[in-house]
Design a protein around this ligand. Structure first.
Ligand code: GDP
Length: 369
């Protein structure tokens, strides 16, 4: 029986699907991030620790690369940077496209670099596509001032990939940015569903940007995402919209009271702001400062970070085991056969799992032996 016949027997059709569109604007992607001449790991490590932006950028490109030689180099750089990481404040920012995330990051970012004189890195998670207008540097007019700010380092989302893969790269990029001395890391995500949960699992503080609008108070933002937020910001509170924004803020504040208390004991805050006029921007920073003070003194801040590290461990074990199983050519074949038998009700799915895993682990021990 050919492979094709076996697929038919399973009654499962394999759709090739469409190519994943690039997550960054092709005009920008074309320029790409050049690694240039490959140096040894010590070169990157030394330069990154000195805060050299070009070396940081190249190291992140290595992290994002799928070439095995780049991966090995990247791993060595990350391991060396790890002891110098962890000292920043990691802030996640999400909200539907058009809510004003980039405008907000530009203004909030300038507040951080100009008023507070702190080094700021902006990373993005956008495993989707141009459907969501591409990621942060896709449009060159976005964050113009911040892009030219010596204290800011902006990096668009790695090119399209699985959410798990993109998230892993962002986690590693955070480590590199911290080792390079960046004190505040903003991780932007596009409000399209699962990416918020992933960003939430890698930041200390989670900010949800929203709009005031007649009747569309929930704007497709799922309740679960609202529950994750440490602060809700009603953006575009300017001009005629000011009153409406304040009204919406009160409604959200009331809605938040109905949610179960958070694990941290922190009561999520609501705030109106205008990324256009700058109103409310300083208050946002003050909310974050309050959060840090409260959760650091209660011990929750460190506890959450530790839990996040363990989550990375467990996630990667799951990811790698599954990958290894799925890429094993013998297992691929056995899986197809089992699928056929399950469909024909010759065997239960539970029994099939038992048999498949027995074969898988036996193969591994034979290979090792
Ligand atoms: P993103 O898709 O969430 O990154 O949103 P953008 O930052 O690109 O903003 C979408 C549009 O809203 C742009 O035309 C901005 O100029 C506008 N915008 C952003 N923030 C504000 C604000 O605070 N007030 C007003 N009136 N417009 C804003």
């Amino acid at each position: 029986m050919t492979n094709k016949d076996q697929h038919h027997k399973t009654a499962l059709k394999i759709q090739n699907g469409i190519d994943q569109p690039a997550s960054i604007n092709p005009r920008f992607a074309k320029k790409g991030h050049k690694i240039g001449k490959l140096e040894n790991a010590q070169w990157y490590i030394k330069k990154v620790l000195e805060g050299d932006r070009s070396a940081l950028s190249k190291s992140i490109t290595l992290v994002e690369s799928s070439l095995p030689a780049h991966r090995v180099l990247a791993q060595e750089i990350i391991e060396a940077c790890l002891p110098h990481s962890g000292h920043s404040v990691r802030i996640g920012i999400t909200g539907v496209p058009g809510v004003g995330k980039s405008t907000f990051i530009e203004v909030f970012g300038r507040y951080i670099t100009q008023q507070l004189q702190k080094k700021l890195a902006v990373l993005a998670i956008d495993p989707s596509s141009q459907r969501t207008k591409g990621s942060i540097l896709g449009d060159k007019t976005r964050m113009e001032k911040l892009t030219n700010d010596d204290l800011a380092f902006i990096r668009p989302s790695p090119s399209a990939g699985s959410l798990g893969g993109v998230a892993q790269k962002t986690r590693e990029s955070i480590i590199l940015c911290e080792a390079a001395g960046y004190e505040i890391i903003l991780v932007e995500t596009v409000g399209v569903g699962q990416s918020e949960t992933v960003v939430h699992s890698m930041v200390d503080f989670f900010l949800l940007l929203m709009l005031a609008g007649a009747g569309d108070e929930l704007q497709g933002i799922k309740r679960g995402i609202m529950e994750m937020a440490d602060a809700l910001l009603i953006n575009k509170a300017d001009g005629n919209n000011k009153q409406k924004a304040e009204l919406a803020r009160r409604e959200y504040a009331n809605a938040l009271h109905l949610f179960p208390p958070t694990e941290s004991g922190w009561v999520p805050r609501t705030q109106t702001c205008s990324a256009q006029t700058g109103d409310g921007i300083q208050e946002v920073y003050e909310i974050i400062a309050d959060y840090l003070k409260e959760t650091k003194s209660s011990g929750y801040f460190n506890q959450k970070r530790k839990e996040q590290y363990l989550e990375v461990l467990h996630q990667n074990i799951r990811l790698r085991l599954l990958q290894n199983f799925q890429e094993d050519s013998k297992m691929k074949q056995s899986l197809i056969e089992m699928e056929g038998q399950i469909i024909d009700q010759e065997i239960s799915a539970y029994k099939a799992v038992d048999l498949l895993l027995k074969t898988y682990f036996k193969n591994i021990s034979v290979e090792k032996g």
